[in-house]
Ligand binder design. Structure first.
Ligand SMILES: Cc1cc2nc3c(=O)[nH]c(=O)nc-3n(C[C@H](O)[C@H](O)[C@H](O)COP(=O)(O)O)c2cc1C
Ligand code: SF4
Ligand code: SF4
Length: 424
């Protein structure tokens, strides 16, 4: 039986699945219920000076019948008294000593940090997460992403926390930056034990075109919010991998953003995350999703022949190279399986209008299976992406006889012009 236990910067949990700091981890009653379903850890809803929230505060991006592929919020940090939160954290830790309880924090002055760190640790926190990521409301007060976007401030506040904390400190990074690496390095310099990412992406989820007001609506006004949910996974994966592959960055990573099932979680793990946090999917479908996640990950580990989670962490990172190191001579073409094709011609339209005009309708009187002109196919994948039938279109590798050649090799060889296929 594979061992799912995870260790992120010394924060140990029975499995890598943690609730992210958000409404599902708002109270002790919720976190205990989540642990009963199987969640290995929880990052408590961010604590700080309690605020007042607005109504309404969430928005969903619905696409062709699928609800909330993207999600947006203008909620702030906890609106419950600190004493209540600490009492409940204490209770949770007493009843679930083996689960990870990480307390997310966001305050302003060094004195406030010192005080809230002590109270969190006294309540039993296994680790602290510094919310340097919230892109609305708190940043206007000089906290959240206002800190996360400024490496010198990030480093300074991290160093205060590292100095006062006796438990591991994770810095939660904002994706609202051009390049995540300097921000991860700032946390490292400040003495963080790990990082978690991503927080939400600054966004406007939509506009009510009858009322002429942004959504989610607060009376006749609204504001930009934070984007998350399934749609943001590619951004989270990229940022985690960008840190994971940078040789200067040496901290453990807790991966967040758009995780909806065990496969998403495995993708984060393969790109360097040692734990994975989930918010939106739990808000939409409830704590029980973790049951499938545990089952799926266990089976995957069995299939891969790995016994411990750490064997998977970062395993796909060596495949992530700069574009200039890709083999320009590698070639694939699209092949259609006539036995599976339902003749919808979605691939014909896509290739004709959006790719390289090399898929054609069947000849009159022939079965309704499109024909690919392989000599013109550039192997772009578009037809495979639009085909509604699983495994009907396969991208097949072509042995064109050319040796591998990359753009960077070409430049290093001193050549100025674009290489011809096959040139080295
Ligand atoms: C309604 C809502 C409230 C959130 N509140 C917090 C918070 O208090 N602290 C924090 O660090 N992140 C907060 N987040 C961000 C999440 O923890 C997480 O980083 C983000 O939603 C991406 O994960 P997901 O795609 O699984 O939702 C919040 C997100 C949502 C949707
Ligand atoms: S892979 Fe691209 S170019 Fe080739 S047939 Fe499909 S859509 Fe056309
Ligand atoms: S999209 Fe797929 S199913 Fe539809 S015609 Fe093309 S190959 Fe056949």
């Amino acid at each position: 039986m594979p061992n799912l236990e995870s260790n992120t910067a010394g924060i140990v949990s029975p499995n890598p699945f943690w609730l992210a700091s958000a409404p599902p981890a708002n109270s002790g009653e919720q976190v205990m219920r989540a642990f009963d379903h199987g969640w290995g850890g929880a990052v408590w809803k961010t604590l700080g000076q309690p605020i007042q929230n607005v109504s309404s505060r969430f928005g969903g991006l619905h696409y062709k019948g699928t609800k909330a592929i993207g999600f947006n919020n203008i909620e702030l940090i906890t609106d419950r008294p600190l004493e209540t939160n600490f009492k409940e954290i204490y209770e949770v830790k007493k009843r679930y000593p083996k689960h990870a309880v990480v307390v997310s924090l966001m305050v302003e002055t060094e004195e406030e940090w010192k005080d809230i760190i002590k109270r969190s640790i006294d309540a039993g926190a296994d680790g602290l997460e510094l919310n340097f990521g919230c892109p609305h409301g708190m940043c206007e007060r000089g906290m959240g992403s206002a800190v996360g976007q400024e490496p010198t401030v990030n480093e300074k506040i991290t160093s205060w926390v590292a100095q006062y904390s006796t438990v591991p400190v994770l810095v939660k990074l904002t994706p609202n930056v051009g390049d995540i690496v300097p921000h991860g390095l700032a946390a490292q310099r400040g003495g963080a034990h790990g990082v978690s990412l991503i927080n939400t992406i600054k966004s406007i989820i939509g506009v009510d075109i009858e009322r002429m007001v942004l959504e989610p609506r607060v009376g006749q006004r609204s504001s930009n919010g934070g984007y998350c949910g399934a749609a943001v996974k590619p951004i989270g994966l990229h940022m985690v991998a960008a840190l994971g592959r940078d040789p200067r960055f040496r901290l453990p990573i807790s991966g967040i953003g758009g995780v909806t099932n065990w496969r998403d979680a495995v993708e984060y793990i393969l790109l360097g995350a040692s734990s994975v946090q989930v918010c939106t999917e739990v808000m939409l479908r409830g704590y029980r999703i973790v049951e499938d996640m545990i089952e799926g990950l266990t089976q995957y580990m069995r299939d891969q022949g790995v016994e411990g989670l750490e064997e998977l962490v970062g395993r796909a990172l060596p495949s992530y190279v700069d574009w200039g190191d890709l083999d320009l001579n590698y070639e694939t073409v699209a092949k259609i399986d006539p036995a599976k094709c339902i003749g919808c011609y979605d691939c014909v339209v896509a290739c004709q209008d959006g790719a390289h005009q090399c898929i054609f309708p069947a000849e009159a009187g022939q079965p309704r299976v499109p024909r690919v002109d392989e000599s013109e196919c550039v192997g772009c994948n578009l037809c495979q992406i639009v085909c509604p039938v699983p495994d009907c279109i396969t991208m097949v590798e072509v042995d064109n006889g050319y040796a591998p050649a990359t753009w960077n090799e070409h430049v290093r060889a001193g050549a100025k012009l674009r290489p011809k296929k096959g040139a080295h």
